[in-house]
Design a protein around this ligand. Structure first.
Ligand SMILES: [Zn+2]
Length: 445
């Protein structure tokens, strides 16, 4: 199927392109990008006037819950949620059952992806066996099997000696290490940010310092190792300070911000009556205060935080119906993320469109080595002749409501449900094929 996307505002951060153009797709690849391209006889036309066409969005932090937790999500449903939200590539975290802690399990995910995924999926392998923090996994072999990063996400690597060895192994394998920064002793029994709302609700608070001291420790451990160290879901203003300082010292450190941490504060954990809780606002790390939010947004404006990641974390209704303290941490994010980024970052003028797209394409591609050919896949995160046609078409002004029928995954645990949204992915093309569209006119006949 040949497709011609016409008259889009084409944004490609890798080449610096931001202008009106057509994109011709032939044999699943980008055949040409230019003005007034002539259509090949059998071309399917997508009129993208007033729409933005970008490289397919990449989310480096999602939980697809397979193997083992498929009541929450699986590779099929999670990647359907991804393409619904405009993502053509996701990296899935290893805190599955069992954990992705061997080359065989990484390979298992890749084979399952080939059979059932709606978009590209790259596994992140666990850093330690069973994510128990004791015995390092075979990081080189996991890379050969297809892992694009290493993480014990869900848990921090607590033992500094093990951490040091992991950083050395990641540096050797040229893989990024993604840390879930949570000092366990300081967060024991904690279920939300340690602030006024927790005090009022009578919940054990989760202090900022629990995140900050792990980052501080890891930076020092990494000083002479120079592994690529990536902070997952950064939540605290103090963490921004540490990150800023380390980058000024040219340390190889990056961080991601999640939609909920830039859009919400710990106030969202209390229901409107002020005294009961909303478990759909319970996450790890917790929603914090306005000053933390402001600081994360400022770090995005300055390019200190240069990656956006949903931390899409599906849980069943039954699990989230438990009392706040026993309900699991996490919210879904793939279907709503792009709108939240547009509303909190682009509309108020914090960053412009090319910068947003850079944070959702070239930067995560670079982090996970997807900017170079990988196990038979080509360069991702950019638009260029000859590359696979992974393209997201966005209506930047579309008004819509995040209702259950706009969610494609298995779970609905999001505090944004019922909210009005601005901007949406209206068409998601993976490897030349339309995997999602809300515009019937875009569907190929
Ligand atoms: Zn995490």
């Amino acid at each position: 199927m040949n497709t011609l996307i016409r008259n889009a505002r084409v944004i490609d951060p890798a080449s610096g392109l931001d202008g009106t153009a057509d994109i011709a797709i032939q044999n699943n690849r980008i055949a040409e990008i230019g003005q007034n391209l002539s259509q090949s006889p059998a071309a399917h036309i997508i009129d993208a006037t007033d729409l933005i066409a970008t490289p397919g969005l990449i989310d480096p932090h999602v939980h697809l819950r397979e193997p083992g937790q498929t009541a929450k999500e699986d590779i099929q449903s999670g990647t359907l949620a991804a393409v619904t939200g405009g993502f053509t590539t996701v990296c899935c975290m290893p805190n599955t059952t069992p954990a992705l802690d061997s080359p065989e399990l990484v390979e298992w995910v890749r084979l399952k992806v080939e059979k059932s995924a709606h978009c590209r999926v790259f596994p992140v392998a666990a850093a330690t066996k069973a994510r128990a923090g004791q015995q390092i996994t075979e990081i080189d072999l996991c890379k050969q099997a297809g892992a694009v990063a290493i993480s014990d996400d869900g848990d921090v690597v607590q033992n500094p000696r093990i951490m040091q060895q992991i950083l050395q192994a990641c540096a050797h394998a040229d893989l990024p290490f993604m840390q879930h920064c949570q000092e366990p002793e300081l967060t024991k029994n904690a279920s939300m940010h340690d602030g006024a709302v927790a005090a009022r609700l009578g919940l054990v608070g989760w202090p900022r310092v629990a995140e900050e001291i792990i980052i501080e420790r890891d930076i020092r451990l990494n000083k002479n190792i120079h592994a690529r160290y990536h902070i997952q879901h950064l939540s605290s203003a103090g963490s921004v300070e540490i990150l800023t300082r380390a980058q000024a010292e040219n340390q190889p450190i990056s961080a991601e911000a999640s939609p909920h941490h830039i859009a919400l504060t710990d106030q969202a954990c209390a229901l409107p009556d002020g005294n009961s809780y909303n478990t759909n606002a319970k996450m790890n790390p917790p929603l914090r205060e306005q000053a933390d939010r402001d600081s994360i947004i400022e770090a995005i404006a300055q390019g200190i935080i240069n990656i956006l990641a949903t931390d899409h974390a599906p849980h069943t209704k039954e699990e989230k119906a438990q009392p706040f303290e026993s309900a699991p941490f996490g919210i879904i994010g793939l279907e709503s993320a792009l709108s939240i980024y547009i509303q909190t970052l682009v509309k108020p003028g914090i960053i412009n469109w090319p910068r947003l797209i850079e944070m959702l394409t070239t930067n995560p591609a670079k982090l996970c080595n997807l900017d170079r050919p990988h196990l038979g896949d080509s360069t991702l995160g950019q638009l260029a002749t000859g590359l696979p046609a992974d393209i997201t078409i966005i209506d930047p002004h579309l008004q819509w409501t995040l209702s259950p029928d706009t969610l494609a995954g298995k779970s609905t645990n999001t505090p944004f449900l019922g909210q009005s949204m601005t901007g949406r992915a209206v068409c998601t093309i993976v490897n030349g094929t339309i995997k999602h569209t809300i515009n019937p006119a875009f569907t190929a006949h």
